[in-house]
Design a protein around this ligand. Structure first.
Ligand SMILES: [Zn+2]
Length: 441
């Protein structure tokens, strides 16, 4: 299939911009990238998907999310409003996750993935928790990914907060799912090893996680220095900052994701860089929880692979915008996070992270890479060209513009209509189960 007649931006490290570009897709892979005229002339028999002047971009990759939190939207509050990060965890998240059933894990993931598609997100690094339904939970999340047709790197967030038996189940669930992925292969699903955060993982659990994860050859996905509680309680536990503790335990390697890193200074930034791990930045979540903002410009200057995530929020266009605004506000410098830095944490670095898990490039449109494309129906009010397109993407383009989504050459959404699932049925069931969850939690 030839997808063409659109403004094509490949978002490769060395970006290519075609005012009238086309992508030749063969099977699940991008075969050629070029101008519409040239590719149509050389492949006249190929079925043509006409982008009609829309933007053609790679599908977005979110470096950190929690599909299990999707039903928190609009949830009735209980008791006094949480006054700090620890109370947010205790009063909302750690009650909500304990109430999740196996059925919830599947249906909530389905509903969340539909929202991801609507925002042009095609690959998600998910961090799952459902302590009372842990065994097999990742299979239920994975079933939603394969049904919708998106790529996911899944893990279970191991924690000692619900006692040793559930911590053991979490360790086992990560091991089991990683072995399943290795056995089955395929191009949609991958596994990481999940840990909640340093302050809820004791020494023995951390040691076991590191041992099992290294044995499997997977990376770790863990919250790091998101709020004061993580730093203060880890310091009390072992006299170390969470970054140092996790690095010394061997869980911050090249394939690992350290989510947030809000409370890090020069010493921690140096350790993060040395470890080669990825830092996932989640500005909307950080603002919502009032925990502060990660020093992303400092991390980038130090050479750390910072990627955009959403921590449960799936609109990466808003994350992109607020990553720029947040950095400028924090530094009180309007030059912080220019277009190229924003492009780096949204496409270049996310693609680099994905490449550590998948056998072909994705998150960028490149010959030999997976054909994960999105078409955006965006009519610019000012000229859009190779010099200023990031201005349009940061300030003008929103998730609502996503018209068509393709993953591995397969159309997931076309003309805003889902091709793989019945959206109305999924959302109706989602509302029903969410109401029942709210009553139980
Ligand atoms: Zn998170």
């Amino acid at each position: 299939m030839l997808v063409g007649n659109g403004i094509l931006i490949t978002m490769e490290d060395d970006n290519r911009f075609f005012p009238d570009g086309a992508v030749l897709v063969e099977g699940e892979v991008v075969k050629e990238v070029g101008t519409t005229g040239d590719l149509r002339a050389r492949h006249p028999e190929e079925p043509f998907l006409d982008a009609r002047g829309m933007l053609i971009l790679p599908g977005l990759v979110t470096g950190h999310t929690h599909l299990y939190g999707h039903w928190a939207r609009g949830i009735p509050g209980r008791g006094e409003p949480a006054a700090n990060f620890r109370q947010i965890l205790e009063r909302l998240w750690w009650r909500l996750d304990r109430a999740l059933t196996p059925e919830d894990n599947y249906h909530q993931s389905l509903a969340a993935l539909l929202e991801a598609v609507r925002h042009g997100v095609t690959t998600l690094f998910d961090h799952h928790a459902s302590p009372c339904s842990c065994p097999g939970s990742l299979d239920r999340v994975a079933a939603a990914f394969t049904e919708v047709g998106l790529r996911g790197c899944l893990c279970y967030e191991v924690s000692d907060r619900d006692g040793p038996a559930i911590a053991r189940q979490g360790l086992e669930e990560n091991r089991r799912f990683a072995e399943r992925c290795r056995r089955e292969g395929g191009s949609l699903l991958r596994a990481a090893f999940g840990l909640h955060a340093s302050f809820t993982v004791g020494e023995e659990t951390l040691r076991l996680a590191a041992e099992i994860g290294h044995g499997l050859g997977v990376g770790f996905h863990v919250h790091v220095a998101e709020g004061e509680a993580d730093v203060a309680e880890t310091l009390r536990m072992c006299g170390k900052h969470p970054v140092r503790r996790l690095a010394e335990a061997g869980v911050l390697g090249e394939k690992s994701i350290a989510a947030h890193c809000v409370l890090v200074g020069p010493e921690e930034i140096r350790i993060l860089w040395e470890s080669g791990c990825t830092v996932a930045h989640n500005p909307v979540s950080n603002m919502n929880n009032a925990v502060g903002i990660s020093p992303v410009p400092d991390l980038l200057e130090a050479g750390v692979n910072v990627v955009l995530g959403g921590d449960g929020f799936l609109d990466l266009w808003r994350e992109m915008n607020l990553a720029a605004m947040g950095a400028r506000l924090a530094r009180r410098d309007p030059r912080a996070m220019g277009g190229e830095e924003v492009r780096g944490i949204t496409w270049v670095n996310n693609a680099r992270l994905a490449r550590r898990y998948w056998d072909r490039p994705l998150g960028q449109i490149t010959e030999g890479g997976y054909a994960d494309l999105i078409l955006l129906d965006y009519r610019p009010p000012t000229p859009l060209d190779r010099a200023n397109y990031m201005g349009h993407l940061i300030y003008g383009v929103a998730g609502a513009a996503v018209d068509t989504v393709m993953v591995g050459g397969r159309l997931i959404m076309r003309g805003r209509s889902f091709q793989t699932v019945d959206e109305e049925a999924v959302l109706a069931r989602s509302r029903e189960l969410a109401r029942s969850l709210w009553e139980r939690y």
